[in-house]
Design a protein around this ligand. Structure first.
Ligand code: TXA
Ligand code: MG
Length: 335
C-alpha cells in the first residue's frame, strides 16, 4: 500500500484535503492525523472492521482498548450510556482539550474498540484538524497514538511515516503539535475519579474542579489495560536519573566518571554537560521539555550505545513527563 502524506495548515483550512481523508474514514479505512497531544491513527469507532485495521497497522495487542474521539458534545450520547457528576465537571472544565474520560459505554460501540470492556474512553480534541476530520467523517473516530505498538508516540508527521509507511493510506501532516504528551486519562466509573495516565491536564488542575480526584496508583495499573505493556521504547537502552535537578546532575557526573563517554549521549538540563562529545540540552522547565521530548528521543536513538536522561521533579506536568520516561527507561537510578 502506498502511504500519501497530505499537508494541511494547522488551522485545518482549506479543508478539501480533510474532506478527502474523511472519505477514507467513512469507507472503513484508517487515517493518521494530528491532535494537540500526539498524532493519532484513526478509524470509524463504530465500524468493527475499520477498527481492526488500526490494531493490524500498529501491531497492537487486542486487549488494549482505544480512545474514541468526538468533535462535539452532541456525539456523546451515541458512545456512552451515562455521564455522572465528576465526568460532567471535567467536560465543562477541560473540553475540548487534552483530557480523556472513562465512562460507561453505549452498547452501539463495537467490542473490538473497547477490548470487550463495558467502559469506553472519550476525548474531545481541541486541534482544528482533528475536529474537522471527525465532523466531516460524521462519526466518532477511534484513535490510539500513530506509532508502532510499544514505540515512542509521534509528534510530527515524519514520525508516523517512519513507523507506518506502506501500512496506512493517508497521513495528514498538520505540522508539529502543541503538548507532545498523550492526553490525561481519568476514570470516572468508580466511587472516586482516578487519574489512570498523567498528562498536560495535571492532577493539580483537576483537583480544583473535582476535589475527590485520586492520583495515579497501583490500582489504576490494573484498570488501564495498556499500562502493562512496555512503551516509548527506543532501540538504544535508556538510563534515567530521578530526583531533584542538583542531585541528578551530581549523580550523573559520578556515573560518567567510570565510563567511555564516546559511547553514550546525555540529555540534560541542570549541571554542565556541554563538554561531553555527545549531549543534548533540554529545557530546564518540564513544561517546555514536554513538547519536544518524544522528537528528541527519536532523534538521538541509535546515536550512541546508551542514552542517559536527567529526569524532572514529578510535579505538575513533570509527573506526566516522568511517567513516560520511566516506561521508556531500561534502567532507573535514583539520585
Ligand atoms: O492524546 C491521546 O490520548 C492520543 C491521541 C491520539 O488522542 N491517544 C492515545 O491513545 O494516546 P493510546 O491508545 O495510545 O492510549 C490510550 C490509553 C491506553 O493506555 C489504554 O489502555 C487506555 O487509554 N484505555 C483505553 N480504553 C480504556 C478503558 N475503557 N479503561 C481504561 N483504560 C483505557
Ligand atoms: Mg499509545
Amino acid at each position: 500500500m502506498r502511504t500519501r502524506l497530505i499537508k494541511v495548515s494547522p488551522s485545518g483550512k482549506p479543508n478539501s484535503a480533510i474532506t478527502e481523508a474523511a472519505r477514507f474514514i467513512k469507507a472503513g479505512e484508517v487515517v493518521a492525523f494530528p491532535t494537540e497531544t500526539v498524532y493519532g491513527l484513526g478509524a470509524d469507532a463504530m465500524n468493527a472492521k475499520a477498527v481492526k485495521k488500526i490494531f493490524e497497522a500498529k501491531g497492537r495487542p487486542a486487549d488494549n482498548p482505544l480512545i474514541v474521539h468526538i468533535s462535539g458534545l452532541n456525539q456523546l450520547d451515541s458512545v456512552v450510556s451515562e455521564i455522572n457528576d465528576s465526568a460532567q465537571n471535567l467536560i465543562d472544565s477541560f473540553w475540548p482539550g487534552p483530557l480523556s474520560i472513562v465512562m460507561k459505554k453505549n452498547q452501539k460501540v463495537p467490542n473490538i474498540t473497547t477490548a470487550e470492556l463495558d467502559t469506553v474512553v472519550i476525548r474531545f480534541p481541541s486541534h482544528p484538524i482533528a475536529q474537522a476530520l471527525i465532523s466531516a467523517a460524521g462519526t466518532p473516530i477511534a484513535a490510539p497514538s500513530a506509532n508502532l505498538s510499544g514505540k515512542v508516540s509521534p509528534t510530527k508527521a515524519k514520525h508516523v511515516v517512519s513507523d507506518l509507511n506502506k501500512k496506512i493510506p493517508i497521513v495528514i501532516d498538520g505540522g508539529p503539535i502543541k503538548y507532545g504528551l498523550e492526553s490525561t486519562v481519568v476514570d470516572c466509573t468508580g466511587e472516586h475519579p482516578v487519574i489512570l495516565r498523567p498528562g498536560s491536564i495535571t492532577y493539580e488542575m483537576i483537583k480544583t474542579v473535582v476535589p475527590d480526584i485520586e492520583n495515579l496508583s497501583k490500582k489504576s495499573e490494573l484498570r488501564s489495560p495498556g499500562m502493562k505493556y512496555r512503551h516509548y521504547a527506543t532501540e538504544t537502552p535508556i538510563t534515567l536519573f530521578t530526583g531533584q535537578p542538583k542531585a541528578t546532575g551530581i549523580k550523573i557526573k559520578k556515573y560518567l566518571a567510570g565510563q567511555d563517554v564516546n559511547k553514550l549521549i546525555v540529555l540534560w538540563h541542570d549541571g554542565d554537560f556541554s563538554k561531553l562529545p555527545n549531549h543534548f540540552k533540554l529545557p530546564a522547565n518540564a513544561y517546555e521539555a514536554a513538547p519536544i521530548l518524544f522528537d528528541t528521543m527519536r532523534g538521538v536513538d541509535m546515536a550512541a550505545e546508551q542514552i542517559i536522561i536527567q529526569g524532572y521533579p514529578p510535579e505538575g506536568i513533570g509527573a506526566a513527563v516522568m511517567n513516560r520516561l520511566e516506561k521508556a527507561a531500561t534502567e532507573i537510578i535514583e539520585a
